[in-house]
Design a protein around this ligand. Structure first.
Ligand SMILES: *[C@@H]1O[C@H](CO)[C@@H](O)[C@H](O)[C@H]1NC(C)=O
Ligand SMILES: *[C@@H]1O[C@H](CO)[C@@H](O)[C@H](O)[C@H]1NC(C)=O
Length: 361
């Protein structure tokens, strides 16, 4: 009797230990074809609720329309808001045991390993996950993975700067022709912009930043705003290095990568919540995200077997002056993040203006 009891106790401790440390969290590995998951998603009601980090309400319209036209009858109920606010709201749902979001895609990369440890994420490997670079995923339990590489190049408007052939360094931006021409996101308002400044100043020092301030940049909130402003004919500013427009950011806009300091790139990271109300629909969405069909449409794929359409930059691992794994380490180092944020707040003041999510520029 007592031996049986001891055995049971041991067994219980094993389970507790495994749960606590995330052991024995082997994922469910998807084997169904997309069409079969699609059927299951439709039967479930045909809606998947997604929270996506970003700074413009309509930033993910192309993802929504790609998904909905690929899977008629499905609705991608997607909300875009700042990752730094969405993550706390996810914590609240978890704490209150009231998860109503199915899928989360955020820039706050430090949250995902924590949520995995807390058992908040679904251990589920979509088809194609095995092709994703190991550095961009939770290889053991498949609870999170990057779905697309975001990166910030130097971008400028060739109409507004007809004499500029190329901009190939951050140092170039201190030349007289860029006086009053720069539009930049406050580094103290967005941690990925903060990391961009940090990486530049590790190479070029605060002297570079002092020179930058002398150029009288226009400081804005949101990382889409600089590209919007430099692209528009009715604003005077013409160059930035804090916007993501992919390889083809629009008419009259050229991009280049810097040769004097690293630029920021990272896998925008996705997970399905374990208590997602629409698990089959979330699975359909994530299988679509990692499918070669979708991955061929993004600028830089997270999959090793898919090359970009840009022959100069075939894949994220072979672009000079960027390390796509560095951002996650930076985000984990909250002490450095806070110290840097206040360095810039002291120089620039707190971010002014409405968030572009509240109102357009
Ligand atoms: C869409 O998502 C929001 C949360 O972002 C949620 O409040 C709303 O109920 C969802 N709509 C549907 C139809 O599921
Ligand atoms: C520039 O044009 C846009 C779109 O037409 C408009 O919303 C914006 O207010 C204009 N800005 C200025 C400074 O004139």
């Amino acid at each position: 009797m007592s031996r049986l009891f001891t055995a049971l106790l041991l067994l219980r401790q094993c389970f507790a230990y495994d749960t606590l440390l995330g052991f024995n969290s082997r994922p469910l590995v998807e084997t169904r074809p997309l069409e079969e998951i699609y059927d299951a998603a439709l039967k479930e009601g045909g809606t998947v609720t997604v929270w996506h980090g970003g700074d413009e309400k309509n930033q993910q319209e192309s993802l929504k329309s790609a998904f909905e036209s690929r899977f008629p009858g499905m609705t991608l109920n997607i909300t875009v808001d700042l990752s730094k606010y969405l993550d706390g709201k996810i914590d609240q749902q978890l704490y209150n045991n009231n998860v109503f979001v199915d899928s989360i895609i955020l820039q706050t990369l430090q949250d995902f390993p924590r949520w995995q440890q807390e058992g908040a994420l679904l251990n589920y490997a979509p088809v194609g996950l095995d092709k994703v670079y190991p550095a961009f995923k939770d290889s053991i339990s498949a609870s999170w993975y990057g779905y697309s590489i975001f990166f910030w190049s130097i971008s400028w408007n060739t109409r507004k700067l007809p004499d500029v052939k190329s901009i190939s360094s951050y140092g170039d931006l201190l030349k007289p022709e860029f006086k009053n021409q720069l539009v930049l996101t406050y580094p103290n308002d967005d941690d990925a912009v903060l990391f961009a400044f940090h990486q530049i100043m590790q190479e070029l020092g605060t002297k570079w930043f002092d020179g930058l301030l002398k150029q009288n940049p226009r400081w804005v909130r949101g990382t889409a705003t600089p590209l919007t402003i430099l692209s528009a004919a009715n604003y005077s500013q013409s160059a930035t290095f804090t916007s993501f427009g992919g390889f083809n950011p629009g008419n009259n806009v050229k991009i280049n990568f810097p040769n004097d300091a690293n630029f920021v790139s990272w896998p925008q990271t996705a997970a399905i919540l374990k208590n997602a109300p629409h698990p089959e629909s979330a699975k359909l969405f994530h299988n679509y995200l990692l499918s070669s069909e979708y991955q061929r449409t993004v600028s830089l794929s997270v999959r090793q077997d898919i090359k970009s359409s840009n022959s100069l930059y075939p894949d994220i691992m072979h672009i000079p002056r960027t390390n796509p794994t560095a951002f996650a380490r930076f985000m984990n180092d909250r002490i450095t993040v806070e110290r840097l944020r206040f360095f810039f707040e002291n120089r620039l003041g707190s971010a002014q203006g409405l968030s572009p999510l509240v109102d357009d520029i």
